[in-house]
Design a binder for this molecule. Structure first.
Ligand code: DOR
Length: 430
């Protein structure tokens, strides 16, 4: 593999408290050096990064890749390529496929298919319970050995408190975080959007915020009681953010993530019965959105994760109540984060890199999240000034279900490098 010399970019690496113009040299899949006026071997590829931001590779903790079972919506390969195009060097694939990823062979399959794709790295998440039925725990040790980096029944909550307690206890033997989709199904049943004035006006059954908050409260208490590591997925309510903040202050081992759609949109996006905006947890009120933003700012919400949830056009074309929950996110996340969080002054660039690279790597103890010499050569190069319009037809994802079609965004991935190899470049995209 040819060495790569990234020249003159604004290098932002929070792990080294670095935000300065510098060169980065990548050799044999690792960061070999970082500094001014670096020299490189003659055969090195020299990339002019002036005006660009050079950061440790972005990691998305939460994507749905639909393989096995729904390959018409996404495959592991198409998802890994969409991730690379969105500036992600690694993603964590949720286990709610058909069948679910609940055994070591299935974990191995996801890992191998990710390696074959040769785009963003794909780390498998494994189910907490067999068949994601919420009853019997899977074999965490074997799943970990096969390559699972986290256990979660995402897409569904673990309704039985006793089962989640056991999961939080058992997972500690293998140093696995337990990620939760917090939703009390008895409270949310029948709902297809946030319960509030908009759902009332549209005549749709709502999912009250307390359905999410009651489960976050329970899961925080269980994490405290067991000493296990809890990761709360896609936090969408102000009370949820506040409870996580308080729990962290008490020393509970909890981390949390927020999605671009929850920090950007409110339930008003559903007006007109737009199924592209149907997602679970649902888009909530402006006050909730502000709380999610504040949670990202103060670090209560450690990471930005997309919950990339591809669905086929025909399925999303159904009546609102019948359409599936979810929206694609891999190829809009950076633009939304830059436009909504950095351009507004809420986050510094360094904080953005923290939330999209350093924190996800830390939460899952993954290689990456740093450009220190010796780190894997996983690099996200951004064009911070690129203005572009979201055109779903150009997505590399197999699905186009986004509520952001036609939006004008600022900031875009310019080059994505995994293990020293360029897996996506804006220059080679028409
Ligand atoms: O909107 C969602 N879509 N939320 C989930 O929890 C699951 C996901 C999916 O798999 O489509």
């Amino acid at each position: 593999m040819r060495p790569v010399l990234l020249l003159g970019g604004r290098v932002i690496d929070p792990t080294q408290r670095l935000d300065a113009v510098a060169d980065v040299l990548l050799v044999e899949g690792r960061v070999a050096a970082l500094g001014r006026d670096l020299s490189a071997p003659d055969d090195a590829e020299r990339v002019d990064c002036r005006g660009k931001i050079v950061a440790p590779g972005f990691i998305d903790l939460h994507v749905h890749l639909r393989e096995p079972g729904d390959e018409h919506e996404e495959t592991i390969a198409s998802g890994a390529r969409a991730a690379a195009a969105g500036g992600f060097t690694a993603v964590v694939a949720m286990p709610n496929t058909r069948p679910p990823i609940d055994n070591p062979a299935a974990v191995g399959y996801v890992r191998a298919a990710g390696e074959r794709a040769g785009a963003a790295r794909v780390y498998p998440a494994a189910a907490i319970t067999i068949g994601q039925k919420g009853e019997q725990l899977t074999e965490f040790g074997e799943l970990r050995a096969a390559g699972a980096v986290i256990v979660t029944d995402d897409g569904r909550p673990v309704m039985h408190g006793g089962v989640l307690r056991m999961a939080l206890e058992y997972a500690q033997n293998f140093d696995l975080p337990v990620a939760v989709h917090a939703e009390d199904l008895h409270l949310s049943r029948g709902g297809s959007m946030h319960e509030g004035v908009v759902s009332l006006r549209l005549g749709l059954m709502g999912m009250p915020p307390v359905a999410e908050e009651a489960m976050i409260a329970r899961d925080l208490l269980l994490a405290e009681w067991t000493g296990g590591r809890l990761h709360v997925q896609h936090v969408s309510t102000a009370r949820g953010v506040a409870m996580i903040r308080e729990a962290k202050a008490r020393g509970v081992r909890v981390t949390a993530e927020a999605t671009p759609h929850h920090f950007t949109l409110t339930d008003e996006a559903v007006e007109g019965y737009r199924t592209a905006a149907k997602v679970n947890p649902p888009l909530r009120t402006a006050a909730d959105r502000e709380a999610v933003r504040e949670g990202l700012r103060d670090g209560t919400l450690d990471a930005i994760a997309t919950d990339h949830a591809p669905h086929h056009y025909d399925e999303k074309e159904q009546a609102f109540e019948d359409a599936p929950f979810g929206m694609v996110g891999l190829e809009t996340a950076v633009g939304l984060a830059v436009t909504q969080l950095v351009c507004t002054g809420l986050l510094s660039w360094s904080q953005l890199v923290e939330r999209m690279s350093v924190a996800p790597a830390r939460i899952l103890q993954l290689p990456g999240g740093s450009l220190a010499a010796g780190s894997p050569a996983d690099v996200t190069v951004l064009d911070p000034d690129a203005e572009w319009i979201v055109e779903p037809d150009r997505f590399l994802s197999r699905s186009r279900n986004t509520p952001f079609a036609g939006w004008r965004l600022r900031g875009r991935a310019w080059r994505t490098i995994v293990g020293g190899r360029t897996v996506w470049s804006a220059a080679s995209t028409p």
